[in-house]
Each structure stands twice: as C-alpha cells, then as structure tokens.
Design a protein around this ligand. Structure first.
Ligand SMILES: Nc1nc2c(ncn2[C@@H]2O[C@H](COP(=O)(O)OP(=O)(O)OP(=O)(O)O)[C@@H](O)[C@H]2O)c(=O)[nH]1
Length: 318
C-alpha cells in the first residue's frame, strides 16, 4: 500500500507565532502621524500603513492584521464609526482596535470603549508607552489564540473539533444573517473505512485519517473557510459567503484530493481510499438551526453514498 507519513501520530503541534510575526495596521489620514507610528513600531512588529478609512475593511480581509491602530478623527468615515463596522464584519470582528486620540477627556474615552476599543493612546504619542501598550494587546491576543487552538483542535488531525462547532458557529451564522450572505456546508465521510481498519489495523486507520484531513485542509483557500472532524471518520466543512458554484468547486477538489493520495484500500471498489460528500448552500436566517443545516448536508451525503460513493452531491436553497 502507498506509504503514509508515520510522524503524523504525534499530537497536533500548536502555532509558534511570536510578537515579531504580528502585523499592526496603522490607519491615520496624516502622513506624518503614520510615519511616526510606523517608525516606532516597525523595529518590533510587522507594520502596514493606510491613510484612507474607506479601504480598511478590505485591507483587513487581505492582510488579516493582529491589531489595528486607528485615528479617531479622520475625514470621511471617522475612527469610531469604522471601529463599529469592523466589529460587525465576520473577518475583522476579532481584531483588537487601539485608538489614537487627539485628547483624553472622559466622554471621548467612554465613546472609545463603547465602540469596541481594546485600548487607546493619546497624541502626542510617547514611544515607549506606545510600544508597551501594543505589546500588551498583542500578547493577550497570542495567548487567546493559543488557548483557543488547544481547546478547539482535534489532536489526531489538527482540524477543529466539535466543541468549536457549538461555540463558534452561532456567531458566524449571526454575521451571515446580518450581511445577507450565503453559507455552504459540506458533510464528508471516508468510504469503506471499517474495512480499511479491519484489513490494515487501527494504527494505519489513524494515519489515514490524518492524511485525509490534511488533504481536505489543503483545498481551503479563504481565511474564513474551515474544516472540522465531526465524528470518527466524518468531516464537516463550512464555507461562509460561498455560492453553489464555489461550494461545488471546493467539494469536488476535496473528493479528488483524497483519491489523489493513492492510499490502497483493497476492499473498496475503487481500490483506494475515497470520500463521499454531501453539501447544501443556504441563506441563514434567524430561525435557522445549526442541527437542521447539518442534517440537510448529511442527507445529501447519504445520496452520494447510495449513488456509488467517491463523489459530491448537493443542492442550493439560494
Ligand atoms: N482508526 C480509526 N478508526 C476510526 C476512528 N473513528 C472511527 N473509526 C472507524 O471508522 C469506521 C466507520 O465504519 P462505518 O461507519 O461502518 O462506515 P464505512 O465502513 O466507512 O462504510 P461507508 O461509510 O458506507 O463507506 C469504524 O470501523 C470505526 O471504528 C479513529 O479515530 N481511528
């Protein structure tokens, strides 16, 4: 049979991202301010500067910053309004925002907290205070990311676990309802896996699970997409903001990428390890229940199994 990497049964290793890897997005309409802030910070962190508040949300999607340093007073969209919008947007909601304020009166400080600030710093900025404040916020973010990784990852495959589903997905659904964006869900199951375990043993079965999970992960292209281990040899994939065409593209790529591993399974009619997949694409509404969405994808998976396995079947409600 095709060789599977034997190192995969080590527990999943967690992120080793450091403060120096963190990216700070500096948003200020005054070029001189941007230069001062970036010259202080770029010795310690990765910095990106923009002067136009209208392009902040798009930039966040592209570069996924770890912190946004935001000027309060800007022409067009001011920092407080922009912060509110960032907190309402799926891909930027979790990015901490630190305000750069002109003054520090109590009313302005209250408004900054209410807008969702993680911290703020008054102009003229003192270099050492800026560095320490930024460092503190980033350190908290890195710790939170590590704890989340440890809580939400399946040790064998490194994919998200079921706990992630119940704690994080309701938030994602809320964002999609607000943004009126579709959601694609794919339920996937390894074909003839009982026979694989019976023929090659449980250890080979575990290695196979890891290899399949890695193949599935490699098909995800957008930062908001994710795959999770739903059960023993079942995987669930969530594709927010994705049309039927996009869902089929990703789903078919996943089915093909598993067969392309060429892991021998002598009891399968395909003689190799394959997966079956069922998808649905829908527009989440307030009445949508996660359980129903998953059940609908599961029904499509059943159809894919009945139609001969090693394929994707699904439908769209949009
Ligand atoms: N090695 C290993 N096997 C697992 C794990 N979790 C579940 N399984 C096995 O996966 C197999 C699933 O078998 P079935 O549900 O009968 O499905 P199947 O043989 O894949 O049949 P079809 O889905 O109809 O193609 C069982 O033998 C489980 O013991 C795991 O963590 N490691």
């Amino acid at each position: 049979m095709a060789k599977i990497d034997t190192s995969v049964l080590q527990p999943h290793s967690f992120s080793d991202k450091t403060l120096a890897d963190c990216r700070v997005l500096i948003v200020d309409d005054e070029e001189a301010s941007r230069l001062v802030l970036s010259s202080v910070l770029e010795e310690f962190f990765q910095c990106t500067c923009i002067g136009d508040s209208a392009s902040v949300i798009r930039t966040c999607e592209q570069i996924q910053p770890d912190l946004i340093l935001l000027d309060v007073n800007m022409p067009g969209k001011d920092g407080l309004t922009l912060c509110g919008e960032l907190k309402q947007t799926t891909h930027s909601a979790a990015i901490p925002v630190m305000f750069i304020t002109g003054g520090g009166d109590a009313a302005l400080q209250d408004t900054c907290w209410e807008a969702g600030a993680s911290d703020f710093i008054a102009k003229p900025v003192v270099a050492s205070t800026l560095i320490h404040r930024v460092k503190n916020v980033l350190q908290s973010k890195l710790r939170l990311e590590l704890i989340s990784e440890m809580t939400f990852r399946d040790q064998l495959t490194g994919l998200y676990n079921r706990y992630y589903l119940t704690t994080e997905i309701p938030t994602m659904l809320k964002h999609l309802i607000r943004e009126q964006q579709p959601l694609g869900v794919i339920m996937m199951d390894i074909d003839n896996f009982k026979g694989f375990n019976d023929t090659y043993g449980h250890v080979e079965g575990d290695k196979c699970l890891h290899a399949v999970a890695t193949a599935l992960k490699s098909c995800l292209r957008r930062p908001q997409d994710f795959a999770m281990r739903y059960g023993g040899e079942e995987f669930l994939v969530f594709l927010p903001n994705t049309s039927q065409e996009g869902c089929e593209t990703v789903g078919n790529a996943m089915v093909e990428s598993v067969q392309a591993l060429h892991i021998t399974n002598s009891i399968s009619p395909y003689k190799e390890v394959t997966v079956s997949a069922g998808y649905i694409v829908m527009q989440p509404e307030h009445s949508s229940k996660l359980e129903d969405i998953i059940n609908q994808a599961d029904e499509q998976l059943y159809e894919a199994k009945a139609a001969g396995k090693n394929r994707l079947i699904g439908r769209s409600h949009c």
